[in-house]
Ligand binder design. Structure first.
Ligand code: ADP
Ligand code: ASP
Ligand code: MG
Length: 840
């Protein structure tokens, strides 16, 4: 017979179909169509076992080995799966030929499993032989289907061609020369334009069946690509390509159109299982591109992995420095520490020598440059042996104190950021660590490969997904996506929700700020959402889908369990119980925004603790709306203090209600009539005594006093109550209003006296910073004083400072009402977004 020379080069296209692609008979037909429609001159197709089959095969072995005789029925299930698939796909001689081979194989397997069952033990080569059958069957079925369509097609048992050497680290190294020789021989006897080859399986140089280890079919395809010097290797799977992060963990991951070989390698090494890490090496040698495509979505172009075209004509890099993120779970960190390590040659080699001796796989290494400590990550299941080996190897150094400890930190995960040259692009690592810090994630160790392709951080396992989402969203989402929980959807909270609803789209499109309300809770019911509540229907949803309110559950929901790294809780209540949680929330990395005065005007020690905590952490606490609603009072005060001005005095009309009452108390009506009018117009609390008592003003005074650095308690502020002494105990608001006229004459006289000296009465709060005190009282102001010029229910606040000494700095405007209060809260939310990195 003539020897047919194996043609190599561009005429070959290599396709690899993963397990899900050949999971059912219908899918196998579909694969055959793709092969037929590819108009390449020659095609080599690598197939995986039908999905789940390899797992089933491993399960057979485990069962037999542990003498569980259900392996027999499990083997029947394997037979049944392939038999019924073949019955769907094939007929006539093809079907008979396939079924006879299948039964022959199953009988052999039965005998082998029986032997394993008797021995209670399995060798690696036995196991490799058994598990590789899934590929043998899928390749044969597919080749029958392609041939049935009239095409020239042969199937290849790659155990005859692919020769690999085992290595110590549960991997195999292909012997390219020997494989090429065998391929040429195989082809000379099986020359064909279409070859359907088994993935995953191979032989040792001694012709003993082996495998390329789990998920190894991608590697098979790459080796084949290299052996044929193919034009391209297409890896067909069930996702549109390589995503910027595992799409099962980060729902907002995006498809990467291109990746360099190194980037793809790093992504897969660090856990992106869409591609087996070793796939890259063989194709890279010949510059063969790999394309990852979705068999279920042919319109998606997929991801191209190739040599990067990194520069355009101007020498500008076109691509983002950061491409993707991946994680590896179930790791432990080992930290070998001690002053005796510095400058001692051979310490690192002794450490890793000991690790190698127990056969553990070191995934990442980081060494402080002081040589004080060496820290590395190994799989959790290997750490015990590693620690013991190190303890015994360094016994003497530990006893002598040259090494202080060999510490194990369990339950860790690795998070890797991957991208060409990212590590050398200024700002990238800063952004990465910033995102982690802001999500309050503690980094246990850091490594940056000299290759500059990745930055690796070790975090606690429970933080891993949150960390992944935090960094991913920093680079791929809007820079400032914030999960919000709204507490108290009453008048103010409800208005805020409506304002958010109206503004959300603009914020997202124009300012890149993505605000998502993940929960709304009242005192009785709460509404939770995984992706963000539809604010156009929040009222109905809260009614229809609300569940029993539970603040702890609410907090957990808004802060945890989703992909948004920043959380803010907005407390729109006036409840001191809710306020008592702020400390805990801030400690957990939750930002807090509120118009609720209770925390800042409550006990001084608690307030100081709260502020101290907030200053030390990366979390923010904003409360502009506690004083003067939406007016910039706190921020003005902050601005003065931060730029080094000194506050001498703050004096103001802080109550919209009392502002209204005194602006209208001009002598034409009695005081009680003005109060009744105000009540009628809805300017007062249901019980006007709540306004007239001055407590609310006192709370604002204490907030400003503390903000100015005074350490005062609410009880240190003398308050002149406008509720006449005898009426304080009145049973109801009605009762009070009925009796109030009896006391009109006192205030009438006071007003009259003032008028006679050209003055008016105003109810004010004062912070006297010079004398470290504050008070709330009725004062007289000359008619040309700004406080005398007010109208309606405006607030006015005068700051007298070292810089604004002659003329105080005055802020004036509406200081009450749902719209402006909600507006004040909203602007705090935007302030938070800008602190988190929103563009200005
Ligand atoms: P196949 O059986 O086709 O080889 P795999 O299950 O091995 O398929 O790989 C595809 C899976 O890899 C996807 O379904 C996806 O869930 C997972 N995956 C993990 N990380 C990534 C990533 N960064 N991009 C795409 N897919 C990923
Ligand atoms: N079937 C093998 C496995 O599941 C190889 C592969 O599909 O890549 O591990
Ligand atoms: Mg795979």
């Amino acid at each position: 017979m003539d020897k047919v020379q194996l043609p190599k080069g561009d005429m070959w296209a290599v396709h690899k179909f993963g397990g899900t692609c050949v999971g059912t008979s219908q899918r196998i037909k579909n694969v055959a169509d793709i092969i037929i429609n590819d108009d390449s001159e020659r095609k080599l197709v690598v197939v995986s076992a039908m999905s789940k089959v390899t797992d089933m095969m491993y399960d057979l072995i485990n069962k037999a080995q542990s003498r569980d005789d259900s392996y027999i029925s499990a083997l029947d299930a394997v037979l049944e799966k392939h038999q019924s698939t073949a019955l769907d796909l094939l007929d006539g001689d093809d079907l008979a030929a396939f079924l006879s081979q299948l039964h022959h194989d199953i009988n052999n397997l039965k005998a082998m499993l029986r032997a394993i069952y008797i021995a209670g033990h399995v060798t690696e080569s036995f196991s490799d032989f058994v598990v590789g059958h899934g590929e043998l069957w899928s390749a044969q079925m597919l080749s029958f289907v392609v041939r049935k369509n009239g095409l020239d097609c042969k199937w290849m048992d790659t155990r005859e061609v692919l020769i690999v050497n085992p290595t110590s680290s549960n991997q195999v190294d292909p012997d390219f020369l020997e494989s090429e020789r065998r391929l040429e021989k195989w082809f000379s006897q099986n020359s064909s334009k279409i070859i359907i080859a088994t993935g995953f399986i191979a032989s040792t140089p001694k012709n003993i069946p082996t495998t390329l280890k789990r998920d190894g079919s991608d590697f098979s395809a790459a080796i084949m690509g290299a052996l044929f010097r193919a034009r391209q290797v297409t890896i067909w799977t069930d996702v549109d390509g390589v995503y910027s992060a595992d799409p099962r963990k980060v729902s907002e991951a995006v498809i990467l159109r291109t990746l360099s070989y190194q980037e793809a390698w790093e992504m897969s090494y660090f856990g992106a299982n869409v591609l087996h890490p070793r796939t890259i090496i063989p194709v890279m040698r010949y510059d063969i591109p790999i394309v990852i495509r979705n068999i279920f979505n042919l319109s998606a172009p997929g991801t191209m992995i190739c040599r990067p075209a990194t520069e355009d004509e101007d020498g500008q890099r076109l691509e983002a420095p950061v491409k993707g993120f991946a994680t590896i779970d179930n790791l432990a960190l080992v930290n070998v520490e001690g002053t005796g390590m510095a400058g001692v040659p051979g310490t690192a080699s002794a450490i890793f020598g000991a690790v190698k001796d127990v056969g553990a796989n070191v995934i990442m290494i980081s060494q402080a440059s002081s040589e004080h400590s060496v820290c590395f990550a190994v799989p959790e299941k290997e750490v015990k042996a590693v620690a013991e080996a190190l303890q015994s190897r360094f016994r003497q150094a530990l006893d002598a104190g040259r090494l202080s400890q060999v510490a194990v930190i369990p339950n860790c995960s690795i998070l890797a950021a991957v991208g060409q040259k990212m590590a050398s692009t200024p700002g990238v690592s800063a952004t990465l660590f910033n995102a982690l810090a802001k999500a309050n994630i503690n980094v246990r160790a850091i490594a940056q490969g000299c290759s500059e392709y990745n930055i690796t951080v070790v975090v606690k396992r429970e933080d891993c997904i949150r960390a992944l989402r935090a960094v991913h969203s920093r680079f791929y989402l809007s820079r400032t996506t914030i999960a919000m929980g709204i507490i108290g959807p009453g008048l103010i909270g409800g208005t805020l929700l409506d304002q958010l609803r109206d503004q959300a789209a603009v914020l997202k499109e124009e300012f890149n700020i993505d605000l998502r309300v993940m929960g709304i809770t009242g005192s009785r019911s709460m509404l939770l959402s995984e992706v963000g509540i539809d604010l156009s229907r929040w009222r109905e949803l809260l009614k229809e889908k609300g569940q029993v309110a539970d603040l702890e559950k609410f907090t957990l929901h808004v802060h945890g369990n989703h992909f948004i790294p920043n959380t803010v809780l907005v407390d729109c209540t006036a409840d001191s119980n809710v306020a008592s949680f702020y400390h805990d929330w801030l400690r957990k990395g939750i930002h807090v925004i509120t118009p609720n005065k209770k925390a800042n005007s409550g006990p001084l020690d608690k307030y100081l603790k709260l502020r101290a905590l907030q200053r030390q952490s990366y979390t923010h606490y904003f409360y502009e709306a506690t004083v003067g609603a939406g007016l910039p009072i706190i921020s003005t005060l902050r601005g003065l203090l931060e730029t080094g001005d000194r506050i001498l005095r703050i004096e103001g009309i802080f109550s919209g209600t009392l502002s209204y009452i005194f602006n209208n108390f001009t002598g034409t009506k009695a005081f009680s009539e003005v109060v009744a009018e105000a009540k009628e117009a809805g300017y007062t609390e249901p019980d006007p005594r709540d306004d007239l008592s001055g407590t609310d003003v006192a709370r604002k005074v204490i907030i400003l006093a503390r903000e100015s650095g005074l350490k005062l308690e609410l009880s240190d502020i003398p308050v002149q109550s406008l509720v006449p002494e005898p009426l304080r105990a009145s049973a109801s608001a009605e009762e009070f209003m009925k009796q109030l006229p009896e006391f009109d004459k006192d205030l009438s006289r006071e007003r009259q006296d003032a008028e006679e000296s050209g003055e008016v009465l105003r109810y004010v709060g004062v912070v006297d910073a010079v004398n470290q005190k504050g008070n709330v009282e009725l004062r007289r102001y000359s008619k040309d004083h700004p406080f005398a010029q007010l109208s309606g229910s405006d607030n006015i606040i005068a700051f007298t400072t070292t810089r604004y000494k002659e003329q105080p700095l005055i802020v004036r405007g509406p200081g009450a009402g749902a719209q402006v209060t909600a507006g004040g809260i909203f602007s705090d939310i935007l302030r938070l977004a800008s602190y988190l990195g929103a563009p200005s």
